[in-house]
Design a protein around this ligand. Structure first.
Ligand code: GLN
Length: 308
């Protein structure tokens, strides 16, 4: 009897299954084959994670269940869609087909919003934060949980995203997180909050129409609505975010918006063009690529002769 025997006999142990699946996934071009093979094993076992050093016994039917999951991943279905969740900063979020899967690089975008909200809270305020194009609610939930004094309003256009963001808010966030359906380009969106918001944060769709993503997980599974920003440069929706921020932010409030690395100049120009922002700058991501627009709302905007 070998040391890799299962609870139900002498079949291969978990390590052998994972090695086999790793080879299959690597062959299919999955970039993180071993990581995904282990995550799928945990999913097949119904466990949050597995240790190969001390593998759990394998229940009846594991081989078939695992093979099905590995086959889906081999066909380049996103890991997060298969296991149904992802980790973003400190929270585990539900993920579903039809809603953009949150990315690690957006964690640094959220950080900028969290730092600003925390600074407002440290001054004794209750920061009002608006997350535009919230998707799963990743940024909104993070601000809400990491800055407990904050009041957060999350907005998305898509039915699926609004439903999922609400589910994630209910599961992870406090009662001060509100999810609203709306279009960032609608000048009446959240008009009751005009001039009162401390932070507007957004990871909007921004991919230009010609820059179709290469990864099948993104190209074939993230919704087009969440990927392509519209217009020749992909910046239609991001410009809508900038305009909404100019309207919503209180004097001194902060706009934080993710964009593609080729869009830093255009994003700053969009903020400058409103005449509503000062300290307009680009913050690099952890790999040094220019990926986030940061701009502070000026006290008074001069439109013609009248301060707005
Ligand atoms: N970052 C996305 C991607 O990697 C692009 C769209 C977005 O984040 N809003 O495909």
């Amino acid at each position: 009897m070998s040391g890799t025997a299962t609870a139900h006999g002498t079949g291969p142990g978990l390590r052998a299954y994972v090695e086999g699946a790793t080879a299959v996934l690597a062959e299919a071009g999955v970039p993180s084959a071993r990581h995904d093979a282990i995550a799928l094993a945990a999913c097949a076992l119904g466990l949050p994670r597995v240790e190969l050093v001390l593998p759990p016994p394998l229940p009846e039917g594991f081989a078939r269940r695992y093979a099905e999951l590995v086959e889906r991943r081999r066909a380049r279905e996103p890991l997060q869609h298969i296991v149904g969740h992802t980790v973003f900063r400190y929270v585990t979020l539900r993920v579903e087909p039809g809603v953009f899967v949150p990315r690690p690089e957006t964690e640094t975008v959220a950080q900028l919003a969290i730092d600003e909200a925390a600074a407002v809270a440290a001054r004794g305020g209750r920061p009002l934060v608006v997350d535009l194009c919230t998707g799963t609610g990743a940024i909104a939930v993070s601000v809400d949980t990491e800055v407990p004094a904050s009041r957060v309003v999350a907005v998305d256009l898509s039915d699926e995203a609004v439903g999922l963001a609400r589910a994630n808010a209910t599961a992870v966030a406090g009662p001060d997180l509100r999810v609203v359906q709306g279009d960032v380009r609608d000048p009446a969106l959240l008009a009751e909050l005009d001039g009162t918001v401390d932070v507007v944060v957004s990871n909007p769709p921004y991919i230009p129409p010609h820059a179709v993503p290469l990864d099948p997980e993104v190209r074939d599974h993230d919704p087009d609505l969440a990927l392509y920003g519209g217009g020749a440069d992909g910046l239609d929706v991001p410009r809508g975010v900038v305009a909404a921020a100019a309207r919503l932010l209180a004097p001194g409030g902060l706009l934080v918006m993710e964009h593609a690395e080729v869009q830093d100049v255009a994003a700053r120009a969009a903020a400058d063009a409103t005449g509503a922002f000062t300290d307009v700058r680009t913050v690099p991501d952890l790999t040094g690529r220019p990926r986030t627009l940061v701009a502070r709302r000026v006290a008074h905007v001069i439109v013609g002769d009248s301060p707005a």
